[in-house]
Design a protein around this ligand. Sequence first.
Ligand code: FPP
Length: 245
Amino acid sequence: MPVDPTALPRHVAIIMDGNGRWAQDKGLPRIEGHRRGANAVHEVVRTAREIGVKALTLYAFSAQNWLRPPEEVAMLMRLLREYVIAERAEIMDNAIRLVAIGDLDRLPGLVREPLELLVSDSAGNQAMTLCLALSYGGRESIVATSRALCEAVKRGELSPADVTEGCFQSAMQTADLPQLDLLIRTSGEVRLSNFLLWESAYAELYFTDTYWPEFGRDEFVRALESYRGRQRRFGRTGEQLRRLG
Ligand code: FPP
């Protein structure tokens, strides 16, 4: 369905890139870039909630990030744990529902336990959904969904003809999030890096040179303004959309 191009995106996703380069430019260890990146997460979550975005998905750790040096992986895990613990009040007081997507079984208990607790405690919150993509890969999630549907077919619960686009969508981990409207990537890189491949089919894309630790309220608002100026045609012509009003 075409949406009013002047509307706010309901679901925004962000590839938070450039922590390492930000730190390097300042002569700091990469880890410091991630720490500053966590501060930017706080500011952007607060801004999205204030403005009225319904869902915000953040690429916090990719399936491929396990290949980074073990000390960096360990530090990112500690940072994620600290974030989930330190932001508990912010999340609960602002009626934010926290969810996570990805291969969560791969996360160490020190992240999984506080994460599962906050996911469960915040499940009834309705103002905004904050979705953390952790140990996440777009291809991996499509494969996992395909496998689950094959298993349902094998058990006789589905027939192959039932596997429609809608059925597939309902079986994805992101099924209960609104359609992805806007995907932002920081740091000047212009690629999707295996993020939300299925969900981004009709998303508007916004790229900025700003490194993630310096991305804050103003730049987030600029991305929303850019989105407002886009005409989303969903395969139709501009003329058809004008007639549909
Ligand atoms: C990419 O920058 C960023 C990551 C791999 C991790 C993102 C993590 C955070 C923003 C902080 C923790 C997250 C939360 C939700 C609290 P990079 O290291 O690839 O940067 P580079 O390309 O400049 O090296």
